[in-house]
Design a protein around this ligand. Structure first.
Ligand code: C2O
Length: 299
């Protein structure tokens, strides 16, 4: 079992390994599907209209703003993580998560910002939001740290608990063959997830590159750390007791049988299904346990 650690708590040895693996990924031949830029382009392809729905005219395949959001990104990180592990000969290597839902994780994680020569560094980020700036999930523009932290916790409580009365409120709206793209985002996708993207993206770039735009988001190594926490929100949500929602599973066969294509750690093309994403432990990874101060942080 791989245990994904909180990015603010990892050891120097872990940072060294992660940096080394990312550096090797960047140095792979440009046409190797495991190369860093190729991986970033996988994300771009599934969100910038690279694919049409077969036999559906101009209807596009879009994995954001619908119920494919969590399963797609879970598989995407799954393969990215395995490629990194393979490049350093460590099959237990696990991606770190950016713990922005906890007061101790509400700044950009140090390993991504401290050293411009690191493979984890990206210069296309909002320079005003480097540490010690605290993430601003409510887009308040406040500079009062305590106010920001408190506001962030309230927002997480709302996205994870208070605003959910149906599984699709969390997962995103139904989207199948023949549907128009973007039927609707779930609470975390539209909220904290998107706010962090634009909070990190560089406003000096033409379209908020890197993290602030779909086509370029995964060119910043911080993308995968951010999305590991987004994935963790799904994992946590599945486990939170919620009396209003005894059953959080979606059983629609159109959902279960939806599939994606990825390249694995051996550069083989593989087809994977939404139905195999519901249990992260079966996929071989888990998350470091961190307390969840937002659970009781009612507005
Ligand atoms: Cu595929 Cu956070 O976006």
């Amino acid at each position: 079992m791989k245990i994904r650690p909180s990015a603010h708590r990892v050891s120097a040895e872990y940072m060294y390994k992660y940096n080394l693996a990312t550096d090797r990924m960047k140095r792979l031949p440009a046409d190797d599907p495991r190369n860093f830029m190729q991986q970033a382009n996988v994300h771009c392809a599934y969100c910038n209209a690279a694919y049409d729905q077969p036999g559906q005219g101009a209807l596009q395949i879009q994995i954001h703003k619908c119920w494919l959001f969590f399963p797609f990104h879970r598989w995407y990180l799954y393969f990215y993580e395995r490629i990194l592990g393979k490049l350093i000969g460590d099959p237990t290597f696990a991606l770190p998560f950016w713990n922005w839902d906890h007061p101790r994780g509400m700044t950009m994680p140090p390993m991504f910002v401290e050293d411009p020569r690191s493979a984890l560094y990206d210069r296309k980020r909002n320079q005003k939001h480097l540490p010690p700036a605290v993430v601003d999930l409510g887009k308040t523009d406040s500079t009062d740290t305590l106010q920001l932290v408190s506001n962030n916790l309230t927002i997480m409580h709302n996205e994870m608990i208070r605003c959910i009365s149906d599984p699709l409120d969390f997962m995103g709206a139904r989207y199948c063959e023949g549907s128009e793209a973007n039927p609707g985002e779930g609470s975390v996708e539209s909220g904290s997830h998107t706010v962090i993207h634009s909070w990190v993206g560089d406003p000096e770039q033409p379209t908020s590159e890197d993290l602030g735009n779909f086509y370029s988001a995964a060119r910043d190594p911080l993308f995968y750390c951010h999305h590991a926490n987004v994935d963790r929100m799904w994992y946590l949500w599945q486990r939170l007791p919620n009396n209003k929602l005894p059953n959080k599973r979606i059983t629609d066969p159109d959902y279960l049988n939806a599939s994606f294509l990825f390249y694995d750690e051996n550069a083989q093309l593989v087809k994977v299904y939404v139905r195999d994403t519901f249990d992260n432990r079966r996929m071989g990874f888990d998350y470091e346990r961190i307390d969840l101060p937002w659970v009781d942080y009612r507005p």
